[in-house]
Design a protein around this ligand. Structure first.
Ligand SMILES: [Cu+2]
Length: 323
């Protein structure tokens, strides 16, 4: 049993997917947290070795007892002075390291609202442009972006491990933080506070882009939806009307203005469906429309199993074309 123990730790390693790892510091805030972690770990290891070394020395080499004077000195220095100094230093240094996530941003504000179980995302650029999207967060590299976090019904927690620390989201109360991503790339975020049946399926992709590319993307994202191309997508658009999808979903540039579910204006250019649940192939859209309830327990979207497979395919083609 004792020999097997270290190997059990190996089982935890597959969890170290680098897109969602605190060890992959892709921003200045995550780098600070990473440094703090390693220094704390190093200090703990040194302390552990020193304490056990002492213990070993006293019990094995010192004949089991020390003279009272050595004993008192050990208690005063080893038990009071050294820990107070060490912990005090680590505390001061740790605090000096962390406040960056409280800094105001360089211009971009991202409002994120935790829903059950997805993310409502609104960008507010420096020039005041507001763009609503969902389930994905894009950020310019090298700039500090500010997040205003809120929740619809229950407490969620917003966390992109590769970019920085997490922050709780409360109903009726705003929380704020800022992040400065440095490395362009794709990182995974995850709700980090149990929020109900589909909590584990409440994730999102974060795409860090070079600044100019980000500005271009935001301008594209602000545009209305592309009209459906081809007979299948046009049939899908008609079904979107007749099946009442617009009661819950907004597609800018169409009469659909629903607010219950994610904005679908550019859903075809996202990296995932259902807050990280599926990819974005035509098959994924079909599967989602057919039985979102089986894919995400207690999801607030009805199943469309009553539709013919061709009808679901047409809807999927329309969705996929919304780039
Ligand atoms: Cu959540």
């Amino acid at each position: 049993m004792a020999r097997a123990l270290p190997w059990l730790g190996v089982l935890a390693l597959p969890a170290c997917d680098d897109r969602q790892s605190t060890f992959l510091a892709a921003g200045s805030d995550a780098a600070a947290i990473d440094t703090l972690f390693w220094v704390m770990l190093g200090a703990a290891v040194v302390l552990w070795l020193a304490m056990n070394g002492l213990f070993f020395y006293i019990t094995r080499k010192g004949g089991g007892r020390a003279d009272p004077r050595t004993g008192n000195l050990l208690v005063i220095f080893g038990g009071i002075v050294a820990p107070t100094l060490l912990i005090g230093l680590l505390l001061v240094w740790g605090l000096s390291l962390l406040p960056d996530q409280r800094l105001p941003g360089d211009g971009l504000r991202v409002e994120v609202r935790g829903e059950q179980w997805w993310w409502r995302v609104t960008y507010e650029a420096e020039d005041g442009t507001r763009v609503t999207s969902a389930n994905e967060i894009r950020l310019p590299a090298g700039r500090r972006s500010e997040f205003v976090l809120e929740s619809a019904r229950v407490i969620h927690s917003f966390w992109i491990p590769a970019l920085g620390g997490k922050m709780d989201m409360f109903p009726g109360r705003e929380t704020r933080m800022s992040l400065e991503p440095l490395e362009p790339g794709l990182y995974r975020g995850q709700c980090a506070e149990f929020c109900g049946a589909s909590h584990a399926w409440m994730a999102f992709e974060t795409i860090v882009m070079p600044e100019a590319e980000f500005a271009q993307w935001l301008a594209d994202e602000a545009r209305d939806a592309a009209p459906p191309q081809g007979p299948e997508a046009r049939k899908g658009a008609r079904l979107f009307d007749t099946e009442g999808c617009g009661a819950c979903h907004t597609i800018r540039g169409t009469p659909h203005r629903g607010e219950v579910g994610p904005d679908l204006t550019h859903v075809g250019s996202r990296h995932s469906l259902g807050a990280g649940r599926l990819g974005v192939t035509i098959e994924d859209f079909e599967a989602w429309i057919a039985h979102s309830g089986a894919l995400k327990p207690e999801v607030r979207m009805p199943d469309y199993t009553h539709l013919e497979p061709e009808a679901r395919r047409a809807l999927a083609a329309y969705m996929k074309g919304l780039e």
